[in-house]
Design a protein around this ligand. Sequence first.
Ligand SMILES: NC(=O)C1=CN([C@@H]2O[C@H](COP(=O)(O)OP(=O)(O)OC[C@H]3O[C@@H](n4cnc5c(N)ncnc54)[C@H](OP(=O)(O)O)[C@@H]3O)[C@@H](O)[C@H]2O)C=CC1
Ligand SMILES: Cc1cn([C@H]2C[C@H](O)[C@@H](COP(=O)(O)OP(=O)(O)O[C@H]3O[C@@H](C)C(=O)[C@@H](O)[C@H]3O)O2)c(=O)[nH]c1=O
Length: 285
Amino acid sequence: MKNVLITGGDGQLGSCFKKIAQNYKTLDCSFKSASTLDICDNVALKKVFAEENFDWVINCAAYTNVEKAEAEQEKAFKINAEAVKNLAETCRISGAKLIHFSTDYVFDGQARKPYSETNKTNPINVYGASKLKGEKYIEETLTAYFIFRTSWLYSEFGHNFYKTILRKIDEKAELNITSSQLGTPTNANDLADFVLRLIASEETKYGLYHYSNAGQGTWYDFAKAILEFTGNSEEIKLQKSDNFKTLAARPAYSVLDKTRCKKNFDITIQNWEKSLENLINAKAS
Ligand SMILES: NC(=O)C1=CN([C@@H]2O[C@H](COP(=O)(O)OP(=O)(O)OC[C@H]3O[C@@H](n4cnc5c(N)ncnc54)[C@H](OP(=O)(O)O)[C@@H]3O)[C@@H](O)[C@H]2O)C=CC1
Ligand SMILES: Cc1cn([C@H]2C[C@H](O)[C@@H](COP(=O)(O)OP(=O)(O)O[C@H]3O[C@@H](C)C(=O)[C@@H](O)[C@H]3O)O2)c(=O)[nH]c1=O
């Protein structure tokens, strides 16, 4: 049995881990929410590690509001960088291996081919900058870690673009969706399953990796696919909007190159549209 601590357990990705961990009988997962373990509270962190020996820590705790981060820079860096540094340090002292998630928003979006792990980072918003700093702290502190940069996570849990569109469909609202960002929607359930499989197989090819679903699309394409797979294309009006106003700048291009992940872990990655269709069909059945 391996002991696994999962922080941010009530968030979107944490909830996917909670659902999928039931399929992994060799993993004993202990879920902590923001209220049961604040990762900024070093005393609380030390207490949890003193009570139990963890083989792995999966950090799903994060500040993820891209818009609000522009005004709450200090808070974003506290959670996404300084707390991550302390968490990494606590892992180092206790001998636990750390799994952490970062984002496609560490890039500036000027590329025109998928970003690999060795491409230059240059975040253009506060959230991306805070996540990049968190990555750096882990790399400086630990050798036994995995950082997975992922993109455009969605699922049946928490707040995400997919659920926003479902809500707007319910309200029969007109959709005006930007087509000025190209990236890859990623089913958070696929990511959680991939990570638990790695842990269960005692994977040791540590380091920084890119993981998203396969293929690419714009947010407009994502919304269009949601309408199609839920059977709402006729009823709901969808328009491309190239000047959707946001507070935070977002990379115009942020497709991730998954070659390193596929080679090192011998996995096939599902196409984003297929994975979306599966999620919608599973919900309907
Ligand atoms: N969502 C996305 O599209 C993407 C996410 N990522 C990364 O994936 C990871 C998971 O994201 P996701 O699940 O979608 O995000 P969520 O915002 O859904 O979940 C984050 C969780 O962390 C909790 N949290 C916030 N502050 C603290 C704290 N100080 N201590 C403990 N818990 C805290 C939040 O609680 P509360 O809600 O109460 O604040 C929330 O439950 C993050 O690292 C994120 O940066 C990467 C790329 C894309
Ligand atoms: C709701 C809505 C959004 N948009 C635009 C705004 C934005 O450019 C894009 C996506 O909007 P959202 O605010 O849902 O997504 P955003 O907060 O940009 O999502 C990001 O979250 C962080 C946590 C990540 O790490 C990223 O990978 C990415 O998933 O769609 C529209 O054009 N129309 C709409 O009705």
